[in-house]
Design a protein around this ligand. Structure first.
Ligand code: ZN
Length: 71
């Protein structure tokens, strides 16, 4: 199910919203904290512009699951 991260421009609350329709306008996304519909969708980009770390992208997906293919 498509989950999107939203951030409220009013109170800066970040929350996840389940979007059933891809055409759901942001105006219908209400902040669970303050109830304002001033939320903006956050793009799930792996890069976060944090000053200092040059390469802080680390994926933990390669741990746990077994290898697929060769046996
Ligand atoms: Zn809010």
């Amino acid at each position: 199910m498509p989950m999107y991260d939203y951030r409220c421009k009013n109170c800066d609350e970040v929350f996840e919203e389940l979007i059933l329709s891809s055409t759901t306008p942001d105006e219908e996304i209400k902040c669970p904290k303050c109830g304002q519909n001033k939320s903006e969708r956050l793009l799930s980009a792996p890069m976060i512009s944090t000053s200092g770390s040059s390469n802080g992208v680390s994926t933990s997906l390669s741990s746990g699951c077994g290898h697929s293919g060769f046996s």
